[in-house]
Design a protein around this ligand. Structure first.
Ligand code: BG6
Length: 506
């Protein structure tokens, strides 16, 4: 048995123990985009790999009225039904009932429905565990979570509430959100998802940093010049304008997903690997970050490029919207390890390609023996292909004594056969089933992160800061290169460096 199989068996055993052979997973907002694109495909994969206990029911709930056939069509919309095995059997455990988000009677009906399905499925009293997955707009988190607790919760069983970001829009709204959620639900039962924490390379960050001898001594301002954390996505906000226009790039991915990458790179070594110790270090770090200044920010919004529409052309976007679809913010940490090292966090929609990476750029060598030796870089590729590579200087092979930039390269799909990496949502749902909080977001950490972003977000709104235009499908606003240069970022020219291999005669 491989290490992975052993780990899978251990996890299945933990799920079995925690759920005692039965669970009802209730997806609130089952007709929406998130459920269709992420939740159902993840649940299907877990079903296929037999992670669920024997008596499992998946109950969809939303306002739209539809019959089982229509519902099953939606469940399988993001599943390749031609290629995947077991879809028909999976659909047998998927049921649907409609109802409102703010009416007690609807939730009483939902509870009757769940009881009914459980009864038909032969679920015993001690197997009536319930997991509530909120895939609804943030405005209804509170009425929905309250009613789930009041009408569908099972006393004496395992209950869990999964909530997706956004968790508030600033410090005050977050505090209200936390008060409402934790006012009704026990903290131990609440799982706040930041799905980036389910991504393989984020989970690897602790191993990379704390299981290698050579990184830790260099992991500070003496050796590191700057850190760049980037998410570029080639698609625009079409169809999501209603949500996006209210939130913008900083709230959509920087204050949460990319900040988690930042946390894992910049935090100090926790006293042990427990979720509590990690959360403590993340919070300590965030409390040392200075609130972001407007002058350390570059905002952008995409414009039409040929047949690719501008952000503002979307019907769901307000006319004259000042929402940023691109943002770069620079974080400064006021502690001994990171003093004067800029962390440049960048994200954009409608960009030239898709990638999410962290790039740690080391300082130039003091007393360079060779001329203009390029800097070393450690690159952690989070999406689309998992990889870690260290750019280093080496002699040009052959008669030449010149320096050549090359790399120590761990590209997962080339290094590992039979690579099976669970998608973020799969890994996180399994964690909820086994009652494991390690990869979820904590309250203290969220309060600390909003402290860093709130003054900036308020200033942008109050002063109606206009984002810089950039054409759909490009690298972002024209000012970008000049902006990042201010923080010491150096880009290697394509001539110097080609990846994965370089033609030495080329
Ligand atoms: C979501 C954001 O939380 O994360 C989206 O709302 C973004 O705008 C997405 O596209 C990125 O996640 P992934 O896993 O698709 O890279």
């Amino acid at each position: 048995m491989t290490g992975n199989d052993t780990a899978i068996n251990k996890i299945k055993e933990q799920v079995r123990k925690n759920l005692n052979g039965g669970v009802s997973i209730v997806i609130i907002g089952a007709s929406g985009d998130l459920a269709k694109k992420k939740t159902f495909p993840a649940l299907f994969k877990l079903y296929q790999q037999k992670f669920f206990p024997e008596k499992t029911q998946i109950i969809g709930y939303a306002r739209t009225e539809m019959d089982d056939e229509e519902y099953h069509k939606r469940v399988t919309m993001s599943i390749d039904t031609e290629k995947e095995e077991g879809v028909k059997d999976f659909l047998k455990i998927c049921h649907y009932v409609s109802g409102q988000y703010d009416e007690d009677d609807s939730f009483k009906k939902l509870n009757d429905f769940v009881n009914d399905v459980e009864k038909k499925n032969g679920v015993k009293d001690d197997q009536k565990n319930r997991i509530f997955y909120l895939a609804v707009p943030a405005q209804v988190y509170v009425p929905v979570s309250e009613r789930c607790k009041k009408f569908v919760y099972q006393d004496g069983a395992y209950n869990a509430l999964i909530v997706e970001k956004p968790f508030g829009k600033d410090s005050d709204t977050y505090k209200q959100f936390a008060k409402d959620i934790y006012g009704t639900w026990d903290r131990n039962e609440v799982y706040l998802i930041d799905h980036y924490l389910g991504k393989e390379l984020l989970k690897n960050m602790m191993n990379l940093r704390f299981a290698n001898t050579f990184f830790e001594p260099m992991w500070n301002s003496k050796y590191i010049d700057n850190v760049q954390i980037t998410l570029k996505e080639p698609f625009g906000c079409e169809g999501r304008g209603g949500y996006f226009d209210e939130y913008g790039a900083i709230r959509d991915v920087i204050q949460n997903h990319l900040l988690q990458v930042f946390n894992l790179i910049a935090m100090d070594r926790p006293k042990d690997a427990s979720p509590e110790a990690v959360a403590e270090e993340k919070t300590k770090l965030l409390n040392a970050v200075k609130p972001i200044k407007l002058e350390d920010t570059l905002l952008g919004q995409y414009t039409r490029n040929g047949d690719k529409p501008a952000y503002q052309e979307d019907d769901t976007v307000e006319d004259g919207s000042l929402t940023s679809t691109f943002a770069t913010v620079v974080l400064w940490i006021d502690n001994e390890r990171w003093s004067n090292v800029p962390f440049i966090i960048k994200s954009g929609k409608a960009m030239d390609n898709y990638k999410c990476e962290a790039r740690i750029q080391f300082k130039k060598l003091p007393g360079d023996l060779f001329k203009d030796t390029p800097r070393n870089e450690l690159v952690i590729n989070i999406e689309p292909d998992e990889a870690v590579y260290l750019k280093l200087n080496s002699k040009h092979p052959g008669y030449s004594d010149d320096n050549l930039v090359t790399d120590l390269d761990l590209t997962y799909k080339e290094r590992y056969d039979n690579l099976k990496i669970p998608k973020a949502y799969e890994a996180l749902i399994v964690d909820v089933m086994r009652g494991r909080h390690a990869n979820f977001v904590g309250d203290d950490e969220l309060q600390a992160s909003w402290r860093v972003f709130t003054p900036l977000l308020h200033q942008i709104e109050k002063e109606k800061i206009k984002p810089e235009p950039y054409p759909h499908g490009t690298r972002g606003p024209e000012k970008l290169d000049e902006f990042v240069k201010k923080y010491g970022v150096e880009r290697l020219s394509d001539e110097d460096y080609e990846w994965p291999s370089k033609d030495l005669d080329g």
